[in-house]
Design a protein around this ligand. Structure first.
Ligand SMILES: *Cc1c(COP(=O)(O)O)cnc(C)c1O
Length: 381
């Protein structure tokens, strides 16, 4: 079965991991710091804090924004559940803004309308989590204007988008947001097996991220609340989580980051070939924004004139490991338990009815690609 996504590991990655295991601290050592510095440099952000997953990165980002019981967080239904869970984990309420049918990202006009209404009812969101679906950046400039007008925090969920650009800036620069979260799960642009990070430019947010991702504990004497002279003293100042990335994971991420451009360009190459070969099939292809190049985490097509379930099953039978991204978050049993139902966000639901994710990963071979194309032809003509 050709998978929909897969990591690419080279000898240098393996050597870097073995070197840490043999010669360095395996956690809380220099590799975590080196990875954070390298990520901030690549993203052109002032700061970066690594975490043990993208999901934990979202949680600490919400904690650093001060999200708590009684607050409201908005995100989109077309994402991985973590984009909404982070709010619930802080005790906040969640709501969703529907997506744009073309970009599959947050519909900025709907966001503006919902903010206008929320202002009237007095229940504005504290945070809006926007998701760069499949690696294509949201319209951050407009979102940033709305954030200034209505006073909410913007968290970019860039789990798909390391290596993407927006208006000449790397995604993660936080030019138009307070924080950006990344994921290093094996299917993403680069991997640390499991891992994540938050980038930001504000030193106060940076300090909070570090505190919440490290149990709420600081050992930095300059940040102590109390007066201490004993050299062993540490302070727990807030309730945080142990979301630390280990040095074994960090060094793998650091090694992979050296190849990030190569990995994204390999993905982009396969996407160009998909466009070449799929135009005459009954498929709606993803939008391409040449000014804001995508990181192409996913290649999602919408099946036209054919049944999606049947198409999916036939492709799987032919060895094409297609997938579906995403079941709208608000339709999950957990979110239905919070009062959401089918019909609440019709654009995301309509998109979901026809979406199929085709295989796309840097190490895909010519013959695997040809098999995907010939299978699609067989099934759709
Ligand atoms: C992968 C992903 C996450 C979470 O990342 P993990 O590292 O798997 O916890 C969050 N949001 C989106 C959109 C993702 O695709």
């Amino acid at each position: 079965m050709i998978p929909y996504g897969k990591h690419s590991i080279v000898d240098a990655d393996i050597e870097a991991v073995v070197d840490v295991l043999e010669n360095h601290n395996i956690t809380q050592g220099s590799k975590v710091i080196a990875f954070e510095i390298a990520l901030a440099k690549y993203c052109q952000s002032n700061h970066c804090v690594t975490t043990n997953s993208g999901s934990s990165a979202l949680h600490v980002a919400c904690l650093a924004a001060g999200v708590e019981k009684g607050d409201l967080v908005w995100t989109v239904p077309n994402s991985f559940v973590a984009s909404a869970n982070c709010a619930v984990q802080c005790g906040a309420d969640v709501d969703f803004v529907d997506i744009d049918a073309e970009t599959r990202n947050v519909d900025v006009n709907l966001l503006e309308q919902k903010l206008l209404q929320a202002e009237v009812t007095g229940r504005l969101p504290k945070v809006v989590v926007v998701v760069h679906f499949s690696g294509l950046s949201c319209e951050m400039q407009k979102i940033w204007q709305l954030a200034k007008r209505y006073g909410f925090y913007v968290i970019e969920d860039a789990a798909h988008a390391l290596g993407a650009q927006y208006q000449g800036h790397p995604v993660g620069s936080c030019k138009f947001s307070h924080m950006t979260i990344l994921s290093f799960h094996p299917v993403k642009t680069i991997t640390s097996a499991e891992g994540g990070a938050v980038t930001c430019n504000d030193p106060v947010i940076h300090r909070k991220l570090k505190l919440y991702a490290n149990i709420g504990i600081t050992r930095d004497h300059g940040l102590f609340v109390g007066q201490h002279f004993e050299p062993w003293v540490y302070e727990q100042q807030v309730l945080g989580c142990n979301y630390r990335l280990s040095d074994v994971h960090a060094v793998l991420g650091l090694s992979q980051l050296q190849r990030v451009r190569e990995l994204v360009s390999a993905r982009t190459g396969w996407v160009a070939k998909y466009f070449e070969h799929l135009t005459d099939l009954p498929l709606k292809l993803p939008v391409v924004d040449n000014e804001n190049p995508s990181a192409w985490h996913l290649f999602v097509v919408e099946v036209l004139q054919h049944d999606r379930l049947e198409t999916f099953n036939k492709l799987r039978d032919l060895g094409v490991g297609v997938n579906v991204h995403y079941i709208p978050i608000h339709t999950q049993p957990f979110y239905q338990g919070l009062g959401f139902k089918w019909g609440d966000f019709p654009v995301a639901e309509q998109y979901y009815q026809n979406a199929i994710t085709l295989p796309l990963f840097p190490t895909m071979s010519e013959s695997q690609f040809e098999h995907v194309i010939s299978s699609l032809r067989k099934v759709l003509t």
